[in-house]
Design a protein around this ligand. Structure first.
Ligand SMILES: NC(=O)c1ccc[n+]([C@@H]2O[C@H](COP(=O)([O-])OP(=O)(O)OC[C@H]3O[C@@H](n4cnc5c(N)ncnc54)[C@H](OP(=O)(O)O)[C@@H]3O)[C@@H](O)[C@H]2O)c1
Length: 416
């Protein structure tokens, strides 16, 4: 594997002892109206003695955000939290809202960054979708916050930038993605040198058993019917192409410093085993549980402690068996595209992610078919030069250039 990047310094501090956080944990929820965000709100409503929400954001959904604030305040889990709406017209509507108007931050990325670094917050949940999550991750890192990171794109697009900002700001990143949370739990109390490799599990998505011909004709509603997880639209499409797992391979490399050759993906249709760590004596530690994102989310909010939560408990005897199989690289080319981009490093993962975001948006907009997603990403990667990325400005320029190329390729395909 000529392009292999060696193991890097881990962003996640393996083996660090968990400390009970000072209570209540004061939370900022970025992307509060989304799938991750509403689950974070749900956890605060269940644990108002432990979690207090001091800030929330949305892109444009003002009424939904106001309803969440009302729910949090009724449960005693928030008191006049700061709010940020990215969309300027939504921010104007929020200014007139009796709940959101009380402590409204400026619209656009500036307000989001201000919220990510809000005075008095302990922990920032990043439940934003896409590369838009990177700048707020950097702002939270610079402010020294604990970052409960669901936004994997932050690490795909800016892994080195986040690592540097976390070190400078004295922040910490705790993964929320169920696979990476599982790995963090498997590595609890271990030293990095004990680890041999990581195994990320993957549900296989809705097309696991489909033929290539059937997949080529897949309808949008079929792409969007995930067999085990109920999530936002973008990650649901990524799960159908297995790009989600590709992004997670890069995320695992950045978080745990593991070389790409030592990160394996295995399809596990039940989504019960969330991931596994293989140690250098051959011992394997896995983390299991019913698929429920509130479990890894609460683990991150609790400073990596297991707080009480009423969730479905595993009944292994009823489950009977656990199935595993190798992913099919022919039918799911996005997995290899992501791995190659991760191994190349620098601009390549930024281009990969931007092209994927453009292609997924086009699919959701009925401008691109499922089968064309991988082709658009591959052609965008081929067209743009690689090379190192010095700073956030260069990362954002690369992202914008890749979106322009991908957009042109999408339009060309639509005209065919
Ligand atoms: N959902 C899951 O179960 C799950 C599991 C593992 C990892 N993740 C990761 O968590 C992240 C969030 O996923 P999700 O499924 O929760 O997404 P989602 O349901 O689409 O929610 C996205 C949230 O971000 C806001 N938003 C969207 N675009 C934005 C932008 N450009 N700038 C600022 N805010 C923006 C949305 O606001 P509006 O509501 O106003 O549009 C919404 O609050 C993704 O990185 C995903 O890969 C999710």
């Amino acid at each position: 594997m000529a392009a292999e990047r060696p193991a890097a310094a881990p962003l996640y501090r393996i083996g660090r002892p968990a400390r009970e956080p000072r209570l209540p944990v004061r939370l900022v929820i970025l992307g509060a109206t989304g799938s991750i965000g509403t689950q974070a709100v749900d956890l605060a409503v269940r644990h108002p003695d432990r979690l207090q929400v001091v800030g929330v954001s949305a892109a444009s959904r003002v009424e939904e955000l106001a309803a969440l604030v009302r729910r949090l305040e009724a449960a005693g889990a928030a008191r006049a939290p700061a709010a940020a709406l990215v969309d300027p017209s939504a921010a104007r509507a929020a200014a007139r809202d009796p709940l959101l108007g009380r402590r409204l931050l400026p619209p656009g990325p500036a307000g989001l960054d201000e919220l990510a670094a809000l005075d008095g917050a302990d922990c920032v949940v990043n439940g934003l979708v896409g590369a838009a999550g990177l700048a707020p991750t950097l702002a939270a890192a610079a402010a020294g916050r604990r970052i409960a990171l669901a936004n994997k794109e932050s690490l795909v697009v800016g892994g080195d930038l986040v690592r540097a900002a976390v070190a400078r700001g004295g922040a910490e990143v705790v993964p929320v993605d169920s696979e990476h949370s599982a790995l963090a739990q498997c590595l609890s109390g271990r030293a990095a040198e004990e680890l041999e490799r990581l195994v990320l599990t993957c549900s296989g998505g809705p097309f696991r058993t489909w033929t290539a011909a059937a997949m080529a004709a897949a309808r949008k509603d079929e792409v969007l019917s995930h067999p085990t997880w109920n999530m936002g639209a973008k990650i649901t499409v990524d799960s159908a192409t297995l790009m989600n797992k590709g992004l997670e391979v890069i995320e695992a490399h950045v978080l745990f410093g593991t070389a790409y050759r030592d990160i394996e993906v295995v399809v596990h249709p039940g989504s019960i085993v969330h991931s596994l760590a293989v140690f250098r004596d051959g011992a394997v530690v896995a983390q299991l549980g019913a698929p429920d994102m509130r479990v890894p989310l609460l683990y991150a909010l609790a400073g990596e402690r297991h707080w009480p939560l009423a969730t479905e408990r595993l009944d292994l005897a009823r489950l009977g068996e656990l199935r595993f199989e190798a992913p099919d690289p022919e039918r799911f080319p996005c997995l290899a595209l992501a791995r190659r981009a991760g191994e190349a490093g620098g601009r390549a993962p930024i281009v990969l992610n931007a092209a994927n975001e453009a292609a997924v948006a086009a699919l959701l907009d009925d401008r691109l078919g499922y089968a064309d997603i991988a082709a658009v990403i591959a052609a965008t990667l081929d067209e743009l030069p690689g090379g190192p990325v010095a700073d956030l400005a260069e990362a954002l320029e690369t992202d914008a250039a890749a979106r322009r190329v991908a957009q042109r390729l999408i339009e060309a395909r639509a005209r065919r």
